[in-house]
Design a protein around this ligand. Structure first.
Ligand SMILES: [Mg+2]
Length: 258
């Protein structure tokens, strides 16, 4: 791995990708600057390797690892998808739960591509890529609150953690965006790190970075004040999504070149 002076970690939906169009077009100038300067851009998302690989190629960062399935796995440089993973083991563990608890949870593996498309609004092709899971199972709890506590306890006893995201309850054998970030920072020799995100599941990453940038997302409640924000270690964009991303990264590039 090269040892750059700067590395950028970014969430995708609502951050580098427009909330509605899923396009990074408004960030094109900043993306070009990063590529020209040899700054690695690490994509970090709840998406699967199968979903992230084509985007990483299109953005021109195929030589940089990506954080997939919310930190439950890594997509290594040059790979178009990763082999293996523990998804089958995760699904098998779910099926060992008492029937009443198992019945309260329905995940992507229960829905299949058609059901995933219905629950997420993804196109059939996108839903098929989202179904190619390796490390984690997003889904919905439809049972009662008391049963949910028992469900979470039973999962914990099987080594499974559950995280509430924007839309889904996601089960995995562990791993977070921030822990993967540590791993990648070590590979690159701990350069100055910038992280961008828009949602609660990005907070750890934003707070871990040397500079965290909260990208405005008018579609959700603003994040509460974060650790380091008063000292200026966290900034907020005024423009939303990729337009805010673009402005913030161009400013960082100017500051870092002084
Ligand atoms: Mg997001």
């Amino acid at each position: 791995m090269p040892h750059p002076e700067l590395i950028v970690f970014t969430d995708l939906d609502g951050t580098l990708l427009d909330h509605d169009s899923y396009s990074p077009a408004a960030a094109a100038p900043a993306l070009a600057r990063l590529r020209a300067a040899g700054v690695p851009l690490v994509l970090a998302s709840s998406k699967t390797a199968a979903e992230i690989a084509p985007l990483r190629d299109a953005l021109g960062f195929a030589d940089v690892p990506a954080i997939v399935e919310n930190g439950a796995g890594l997509l290594e440089p040059g790979e178009s998808a990763t082999a293996g993973g523990r998804y089958e083991a995760l699904r098998a563990a779910l099926d060992t739960l008492p029937a009443d608890l198992r019945a309260g949870f329905a995940g992507f593996g229960d829905w299949g591509p058609d059901g995933i498309a219905e629950h997420t609004g993804l196109s059939p092709e996108e839903a098929a890529r989202a179904a190619r899971r390796q490390f984690s199972e997003p889904g919905l709890w439809t049972g009662g609150a008391a049963e949910k506590a028992r469900f979470l306890d039973a999962l914990a006893a099987r080594g499974i953690t559950a995280r509430e995201g924007g839309r889904f309850l996601t089960l995995s054998f562990g791993g977070t965006k921030a822990a993967r970030m540590e791993e990648i920072l070590a590979r690159y020799g701990h350069p100055f790190s910038v992280a961008l995100g828009d949602a609660p599941n990005d907070v750890e990453m934003l707070e871990r970075a040397d500079l965290g940038i909260v990208v405005a997302n008018p579609r959700r409640a603003p994040l509460p004040p974060l650790g380091g924000e008063e000292e200026g270690r966290i900034r907020r964009t005024t423009l939303a999504g990729p337009a805010g991303w673009n402005e913030a990264i161009l400013q960082v590039m100017v500051e870092r070149s002084r």
